[in-house]
Write a protein that binds this ligand. Structure first.
Ligand code: FUB
Length: 327
């Protein structure tokens, strides 16, 4: 008999999974993860060891049921513009269909973001022939707001190439700001109603402290690195993200989906492995954090496993810090 899901335990063990984007569609929880491959490639600063080729969509009927692997939903060989490295995806529902947003390197080794569509939340998804015009970098996360406006948040440092786009064009030698300068923020772009393109050029989001000062690039405990996620709770927008080199999931709040966002604190303490990546979703009357670690591979960075745990808000809307290994 298939095992029922348990908190802080791999959702599936037959494949390696990472970067979980969870959504409630058709009354179930659908999880859109990266599908990590079991290979011996050496780790590089550019993340070449994250050599993923396809996506599998996972689903859970509720938190007392098994996790289903719905099979291959999209493969890089079926995406005309993409060459390799199918990294963290997200999904959205609009116009009576499902959209899978995903980054991959194009044939010039530049990360772009593509979209694929399906009538079914589990796919299979049919990709558009080209990437979203004007898209770049990695880790798309899409918020469909209550007024049906949709926003894509994206961007990641280092292997995610965000530093190389500071002038608006790709500079292979481009570098990030000095430690005393404002950190790079994630990008945001409103999507067109058909969800296939950006309405305008992407803008950088600003993350500030309680005094209104920008978080600086040298402030590695708080500055943005990759893996943005935006959710809404009681009228506030929450931007949560990985701090990369300091390995936490941090968050900031705003009254506006396009910021500025005020830094608030840590949602998730460091997990086993270098990367940390998450999503936050409400199911029935509770909130959940989906995240990954490398416990299933005893710490191999590119062989991760997706897990979940419950997330709790304080009365003032701030989020309680989670240590997933605390007994
Ligand atoms: O899975 C590849 C990359 O690792 C993701 O795009 C990042 O967010 C990090 O989790």
């Amino acid at each position: 008999m298939e095992k029922t899901v348990k908190p802080n335990t791999p959702l599936v063990e037959h494949i390696y999974t990472a970067d979980p984007s969870a959504h409630v569609f058709e009354g179930k929880i659908y999880i859109y993860p990266s599908h990590d491959l079991d290979h011996d490639g050496a780790s590089t600063h550019e993340g070449e060891h994250y050599a993923m080729e396809d996506y599998h969509v996972l689903s859970i009927d509720h938190f007392q049921s098994p996790c289903i692997d719905n099979g291959e939903a999209l493969h890089v060989k079926d995406v005309p513009w993409a060459k390799k490295q199918m990294w963290a995806p997200d999904a959205a529902y609009k116009n009576n269909q499902y959209y899978l947003f995903f980054p991959a390197k194009d044939h010039n080794d530049i990360f772009r973001i593509g979209v694929a569509v399906s009538p079914n939340p589990a796919g299979p998804f049919t990709p558009e022939k080209d990437y979203i015009p004007g898209s770049f970098s990695i880790d798309p996360a899409v918020l469909v707001d209550d007024d049906q406006k949709s926003y894509m948040y994206f961007g990641g440092l280092w292997g995610g190439q965000l530093e190389k786009w500071r002038t608006g064009t790709f500079l292979p030698e481009g570098e990030g700001p000095a430690p005393s300068e404002p950190a790079l923020g994630p990008m945001v772009a409103e999507l067109t109603d058909d969800m296939l393109s950006f309405k305008d050029a992407p803008q950088e989001l600003s993350i500030i402290d309680e005094e209104g000062n920008p978080i600086l690039a040298g402030d590695e405990e708080r500055r943005y690195f990759e893996g943005p996620w935006v959710h809404k709770y009681k009228g506030n927008y929450y931007l949560s993200y990985s701090t990369g080199t300091t390995h936490t999931i941090a968050y900031a709040m705003s009254k506006n989906p396009q910021g500025p966002f005020v830094f608030k604190g840590t949602i998730l303490t460091p997990v086993i492995g270098w990367t940390t990546h998450h999503s936050i979703v409400q199911f029935e009357d509770k909130w959940y954090l989906f995240y990954h670690d490398c416990s299933l591979s005893d710490g191999v960075d590119h062989k991760r496993c997706v897990k979940y745990t419950e997330l709790t808000y304080n009365e003032d809307g701030t989020i309680q810090t989670i240590d997933p290994y605390q007994k």
